[in-house]
Design a binder for this molecule. Sequence first.
Ligand code: HEC
Length: 404
Amino acid sequence: MTAYLLDWLSLLGRWLHLTAGIAWIGSSFYFIWLDNHLVPPSDRELARKGVAGELWAVHGGGFYNSLKYRLAPETLPPQLHWFYWEAYATFLSGFFLLSLLYYGQAEVYLIDPSVAALSKPVAIAAGLAFLAGGWLIYDALCKSRLGRNGPALGGVLAVLLVAAAWGLCNLFSGRGAYLEFGSMLGTIMVANVFFVIIPGQRELVRAKREGREPDPRHAIAGKLRSTHNTYFTLPVLFVMISNHYAMTFGARENWLVLIAVSAAGVSIRQYFVARHKAHERNGHTSSFPAVLGVLILACVAFALTPVRAPGTSAAAGSHAAGFTRIQAIVAQRCQSCHAAAPTQPGFAAPPNGVLLDSPEHILAHTTQMRQQLAARTMPVGNLTGLTDNERTELLTWLENGAPH
Ligand code: HEC
């Protein structure tokens, strides 16, 4: 019953998280796009009123004409729309899911004794420390003297993120480490909105109301942080879908895969941001960042090409385990979760609908079993204690074409 309830909480949490995330990233991509497409207003009257740029668009059957003011309009409009609940709702629903799954069931999703034998409280504390620490260090760097030198700041952040990816992958299960990395970046993005961008905008509005000249420092800080957010987006989104791809988080050098795919994401995003401003370069945009991103992805895909597991040569095949032995291993190590009515606490239904409780069911999932076993991502958290020998037996049988 509790497992069934957990499934519903997780489903509703994910639904909200995805919806809020689309609203947030959608509006943030839209404003980056808008800002970069602005052209000086054609009407001199508008320029006199302090309009710095304008944009015409057609959407949903109507024409839109957006104007951006250099700092603020002469008088504030009666109704001003703000954008923050999208970001906060994404964070809150994300934190709810993280607590429900990765912290609440840390022994399943976060801890991998073969990586580090952490106790549950220690694992959760370390996970939370990465979220809070990531923001504190990042924020301190942006506010320091380094913050005024864009490339230097980017370089230092990149080195720190590589270190964080390495540290996380040496502390948690691959899947847990990836999710912590994405959550850490996501936390930085939301904290940028909460602690820097929104307070800066509030100050802008307050100054305007009080007839003061607004301090441009807030606008500059807000711009820097929202630029960082746009580059963090693709790595975060990759992490959020990575748990479906054991070949990434289950790779031997999974921290390197995480960094490489993230770097590809940043590079590809850079290309699109540059493209928005193509009108300033006679419509030309260098395709280098996009090509680089795709090349990195191709290299990662090549590097992760499955190799035959050791000990699965033809010679080993001759004393390979028979199907009866395979069924016995699967019954002992997999069926507590992968059955119509799982006996493993915390599981109300077979995960991903994968049943391994009969010869037919086992034979129907050989490709997926091979992937999961080779990447060592199953049994999840190795809760059922599959031994290395048993893993090799299963893999050998699968490599030999699953004879039965
Ligand atoms: C403690 C519970 C548990 C045990 C034991 C377990 N699994 Fe899983 N398995 C899971 C969960 C959870 C998922 C879903 C992972 C996800 O979210 O994608 C899963 C998913 C799978 C998938 C589907 C992956 C996909 O591509 O969608 C396969 C195949 C699989 N497990 C094979 C195995 C094999 C083989 C064993 C035994 C050696 C095993 N599992 C033991 C929990 C378990």
